[in-house]
Design a protein. Structure first.
Length: 209
């Protein structure tokens, strides 16, 4: 039923119905909020609430819907996600300015600000389903950070998009302007490096390309 409702809303949005866009945005909101929280610089969290970024994103989407419908360069969700990532990037630059990480680390504009190795590692650790001694958890997190930091930035971005944002391989390829085979290959390579650390500790990661 939920899928049928979403399909009906998509069909209405394709006609320029902004009420349908608002309802779709409400469905997108949890995934968009998770994306923002993962990619938001810790220093920015003290100044900007993800809800404010989402409100700006919806207003932008509503204002630009007609242009989107004329061009249709990407699926609607990816377009809204792109707008949200751009609003987050603007917030980073507006509030942090020169304090922001090197712009070269923003791997692809469509992906948005890069999630830090620390942020990814913390999210990975949050997937543990049973208690672990504090010292052991710290050791694993530090190993994860070092491994993530040593990865090719695009491999790390593919992992973030697939594992945390739950985008499909085709969506990742579209966001990062990669071939489908290239996106899949990078994902498997990133998973292989992390599995060497975490498989023995509750099988943290899983999935296929």
């Amino acid at each position: 039923m939920a899928g049928e409702v979403a399909d009906a809303l998509h069909a209405r949005a394709q006609t320029g119905d902004r009420d349908a866009l608002a309802e779709l945005f409400a469905l997108f909101r949890p995934r968009l909020r998770s994306m923002l929280q993962l990619r938001m610089d810790p220093r920015l969290r003290r100044r900007v609430d993800p809800s404010d970024v989402l409100q700006e994103t919806f207003l932008e989407a509503s204002n630009r819907l007609d242009r989107y419908l004329e061009e249709q360069r990407m699926p609607l969700f990816l377009w809204v996600r792109f707008l949200a990532s751009q609003k987050l990037l603007e917030a980073h630059r507006r509030h942090l300015g020169a304090q922001r990480r090197d712009a070269r680390r923003e791997v692809r504009l469509h992906a948005g600000p890069e999630a830090s190795s620390l942020s990814i590692a913390q999210h990975l650790m949050g997937h543990f389903t049973s208690p672990t001694q504090g010292v052991r958890r710290m050791e694993i997190r530090q190993k994860l950070e070092r491994t993530l930091e040593a990865m090719d930035p695009i491999d790390r971005e593919v992992l973030t998009l697939r594992h945390f944002e739950e985008l499909s391989n085709n969506e990742v390829a579209a966001v990062l302007d990669l071939t489908k085979a290239g996106a899949s290959r990078r994902y498997l390579r990133a998973l292989k490096r992390l599995r060497a650390i975490v498989t023995g500790d509750l099988g943290l990661l899983g999935g296929s390309a």
